[in-house]
Ligand binder design. Structure first.
Ligand code: AMP
Length: 428
């Protein structure tokens, strides 16, 4: 029987055929993200891969696509309904409440990174397991923090060398705003109901604002003349949005106001934003987020405001590849030992252990027979140096140390080998 990976999933390996599945690229991206989080003073939080299903139904919002049809749900052995996490926010909120983090300090800046699961039709840029980097700020209502995290997201893309991205921004106001707007939107859509897509007809009854999110061309055509939520903002929400745009100007962050941006999830209010690229086709959203002032309370926690964003690592890597951005080359071992013959192998094994104890990266060709072939392997591994211990040199107790970059070779006595390599390594 031939085992195959389930549909919509992929392995991340060295030298993958499709660039974005290559492990070196992931490790680089993750290192940039960790440094970014440090620079903006965010602490990492690790939450489980699955939770009780009701958390996601409540946290993500029952009318969202994620809850309605994309959850990976299963019964555990005790017949409790569990779901693989489709996003990070609900779990982070649950952990925040359960660990009583509100007691510790006023403002919490948390980040997470890891796999998310959505049962959706797989296509380019859309997978059943994908990975997100996300942040949540809990306990801070001021609009400065909204600007800070937008700056953080844009900084990530700048650090990665991505250009030509578009930051879309909108305000969906407070509860009052949305109540008035929903009414106006329903009045506008009612005469067009029959022409709406099936999905949007369902949304019409459940959460009409989600129709604005539709990618369906029929819906888009109808929506062209829809009322704008920005005309319905309450004075407080309007002030807040204007200040936000002002700050973005001051920080020289370019944006486009998109009055149809509401984002997929149900829990947002005020600021919502999304970063899109022209290059990924239909799945063009690299990341996005928004403010959620009532989410924590609705999950049984303290009445604290929050804001966050999440971005998809697969799409970011693909965009980096499409834009030909620079990925640093992975470093190979410092020394690649090539022992020819049984005695040489034993000697090399001991030497390798010694060098590794000094934190020097070493690899060894256990099957070495022909020096040229092994040197080819060393180059492939991007080793900096090769150490050739040939059978006939065992008697003379001499090894050849070859700098593979400069192509220089030197003979070293066994007794001097360890110090010679250590000196070379620590001088580099
Ligand atoms: P969302 O929670 O839907 O806003 O997702 C946040 C980000 O994760 C999106 O902007 C995408 O970059 C990425 N993303 C969401 N769903 C998928 C998926 N099925 N496959 C790959 N990336 C995804």
């Amino acid at each position: 029987m031939k085992y195959q990976i389930p549909k919509g999933l992929f392995d991340i390996i060295a030298n993958a055929k499709e660039g974005f599945k290559e492990i070196d690229k992931w490790q680089y991206l993750e290192s940039v993200i960790k440094k970014l989080a440090k620079d903006y003073n965010f602490e990492e939080i690790r939450v489980p891969i699955f939770e009780k299903t009701e958390l996601f139904l409540r946290g993500v919002g029952a009318s969202s696509d994620i809850a309605a049809k994309e959850l990976y749900t299963f019964l555990d052995k005790a017949k409790r309904s569990m779901s693989l996490r489709p996003e990070g926010t609900a779990s982070v909120m649950r952990a925040f409440i359960e660990n009583n983090l509100a007691q510790e300090k006023k403002v919490h800046k948390l980040y997470y990174m890891g796999p998310m699961f959505r049962y959706d039709r797989p296509q380019k840029g859309r997978y059943r397991q994908h990975h997100q980097f996300g942040i949540e700020v809990i306990g801070e209502k001021s609009c400065e923090i909204d600007v800070e995290i937008i700056d953080m997201l844009m900084s990530l893309f700048t650090r990665l060398g991505l250009k030509d991205l578009k930051l879309l921004i909108n305000s969906i106001g407070d509860f009052e705003t949305r109540a008035c707007y929903k009414k106006a939107l329903i009045d506008f859509l009612k005469p067009n109901f029959e022409d709406l897509s099936e999905d949007s007809q369902v949304r019409f009854n459940k959460n009409p604002m989600r129709i604005l999110d539709s990618k369906d061309e029929r819906d888009k055509k109808i929506l062209k003349n829809a009322p704008s939520i920005l005309d319905f903002l309450s004075p407080a929400a309007k002030d807040r949005f204007e200040s936000l745009l002002n700050f973005l100007d001051k920080l020289n962050i370019k944006y486009e106001v998109d009055n149809k941006l509401v984002r997929g999830l149900d829990y947002y209010d005020d600021t919502v934003f999304e970063v899109v690229t022209q290059k990924l086709g239909a799945q063009n959203s690299l990341g996005g987020g928004g403010r959620y002032n009532s989410l924590l309370k609705s999950l049984g926690g303290p009445d604290l405001p929050g804001i966050g964003f999440a971005c998809g690592l697969e799409r970011i890597l693909q965009t980096m590849i499409d834009n030909d951005v620079y990925f640093p080359k992975k470093e190979g071992p410092f020394v690649y030992i090539i022992p020819i013959g049984k005695d040489a192998k034993e000697f090399s094994l001991i030497l390798a252990k010694d060098l590794r104890h000094h934190k020097i990266a070493v690899d060894m060709d256990f099957n070495a027979k022909k020096i040229q072939k092994s040197l080819g392997l060393a180059n492939k591994l991007r080793a900096k140096n090769a150490l050739i211990i040939a059978d006939h040199e065992m008697q003379k107790k001499i090894a050849s140390f070859k700098n593979l970059e400069r192509r220089e070779q030197k003979e070293i006595k066994f007794e001097d080998l360890k110090n010679f390599i250590k000196n070379k390594f620590y001088k580099v």
